[in-house]
Design a protein around this ligand. Structure first.
Ligand code: GAP
Length: 456
């Protein structure tokens, strides 16, 4: 048995989901499409379809709500994807943002040294064919671009390699234009670009992806306290949105794993068919960023405490995760194929997405599409619910098939309008995971659903 087959077998009785299943569902149901597919695609880039964009928006909004809206001492910004090129010298990325690669002289496969088993590196032996490696070479991951149109006058700069740099650039403006005082945080969600040498595993490693960052500015004496606070807060946040809580853990970085800006770091890791992998990084950035930007820009970015008048460079706790990795991990966490217990072929695929995040919250289904009185009531209910949440109206095929279609995209509730509705103004409400059905008055439906599909 291969390692992957073993992993599929276990994890407390629930098999780990192969990525292919998610790729196929994503394309079939309009979550994710390969970018430029009609031209053969381009590695490391994806587009999001109608359901994908709803899921993505919900993920982003939930993060923003819990990080910015629910914290009095955290504010948000949205920075540009391109900055002055000196930013990337100051940040250390021009010098240090590199992957070290080796090629196999025999089979020509290329590997990142840090992704190889140390035994293979030591023995200079390709894991695929046993061939010898070339000398290691350094590749910078920053994506270059040029500003201006006149040849010779064009300025080379970079698409941002990590979104958080804008936060350091805007830090002083935020302090001066809002009433924040240390300790406080600045959040941002935004795209980042990396010339990944080995993009792959669907959304896991892309060349254009989206990050969410909190940069929390503290007095050095309080660094320990705030590092622990955010580390625990972020772990609990991820626990809230997954079903398989046992697949989440911390991994502390060893000295050889630390990024150039970090003195200490923990990854929040999630276990999938790819093994334990980073989902979010909690980084002790100390005064690296503000000191370097002060030095390179010539502008003093130190902070004066209003009470004590002490002047110092704030230290930074960073929590940095990926919208795309969250998207992928949530689908892998939620996906289940359930065989029909009666063995009659009514198998179903279900996405057990948290109702807060599900792209469609409710489907409205008239029992029969040729009965005008049912269709009329169903359309009225749909129109009303649409004002509050994403709702689909569906009258194609029998009710069982319609339930299956909604299960497969993770819709937590289906409302069926039947002949009893016409007598007593109640509808059948079916819950996705348990498949339980209750009757509920139409007048109570909106509040009942809102209570379950929105966070509070
Ligand atoms: N500012 C710190 C920073 O960028 P990172 O660990 O390189 O740290 C943070 O990235 C998060 O961004 C990762 O935990 C991951 O979720 C996401 N991420 C990084 N590289 C990615 C890629 N190539 N494709 C998709 N997501 C990526």
């Amino acid at each position: 048995m291969t390692q992957i087959e073993e992993m599929q077998e276990e994890v407390q009785g629930t098999p780990l989901v192969p990525i292919d299943k998610i790729v196929s569902l994503s394309k079939r149901r309009g979550f994710v499409y390969p970018n430029s597919e009609i031209y053969g695609g381009v590695a490391g880039f994806y587009d999001f379809g109608p359901l994908g964009v709803e899921l993505r928006n919900n993920i982003r909004r939930f993060w923003w709500w819990s990080m910015v809206q629910m914290h009095d001492n955290v504010v948000g910004i949205e920075g540009a994807n391109i900055t002055h090129p000196r930013v990337w010298e100051a940040s250390g990325h021009v010098e240090n943002f590199v992957d070290i690669l080796v090629d196999c002289k025999k089979c020509k496969r290329r590997f990142r040294i840090d992704h190889l088993d140390p035994k293979n590196v030591e023995q200079n032996k390709c894991p695929a064919c046993g061939g010898e490696f070339t000398e290691p070479r350094r590749f910078n991951l920053l994506m270059e671009t040029y500003l201006g149109v006149v040849e010779g006058d064009r300025m080379k700069t970079y698409l941002r390699g990590e979104a958080c740099q804008n936060i350091y650039l805007d830090y002083d403006n935020v302090v001066k234009s809002s009433r924040v005082q240390i300790p406080f945080g600045i959040c941002q969600i935004g795209k980042a670009y990396r010339n990944e040498v080995t993009p792959g595993n669907f959304l896991f490693r892309q060349r254009e992806f989206e990050q969410w960052d909190l940069q929390f500015f503290v007095h050095p004496s309080e660094m320990d306290k705030w590092f622990d606070y955010w580390k625990e807060y972020r772990f609990k946040w991820y626990q809230t949105i997954i079903n398989h809580k046992d697949r989440l853990r911390f991994h502390e970085h060893g000295k050889d794993e630390l990024a150039h800006y970090a003195k200490k770091a923990y990854d929040i890791e999630y276990r999938t068919i790819l093994g334990w992998q980073e989902w979010e990084g909690i980084h002790w950035r100390q005064d690296w960023d503000l000191s370097r930007h002060s030095q390179y820009s010539g502008q003093d970015l130190s902070y004066t405490d209003l009470n004590t008048k002490e002047r110092y460079i704030p230290w930074i706790v960073e929590t940095s995760g990926g919208v795309d990795r969250t998207f992928l991990n949530l689908l892998l966490d939620a996906y289940e194929e359930q065989p029909d217990p009666m063995g009659k072929g009514n198998d179903r695929t279900v996405l057990h997405l948290h109702p807060w995040l599900a792209p469609v919250k409710c489907a409205v289904l008239p029992l029969q599409k040729n009965k005008e009185e049912l269709v009329g009531v169903a359309k009225d209910i749909h129109k009303n619910l649409q004002r509050f949440m994403v709702t689909q109206y569906d009258d194609i095929q029998n009710i069982g098939r319609r339930y299956r279609r909604q299960d497969e995209i993770g819709t937590p509730y289906c409302v069926t309008i039947d002949f009893q509705t016409l007598d007593d103004q109640t509808v059948t409400l079916r819950e996705r995971d348990s498949m339980e059905q209750i009757r509920i008055p139409i007048a109570e439906l909106t509040m009942y659903l809102l209570d379950r599909v929105t966070w509070k």
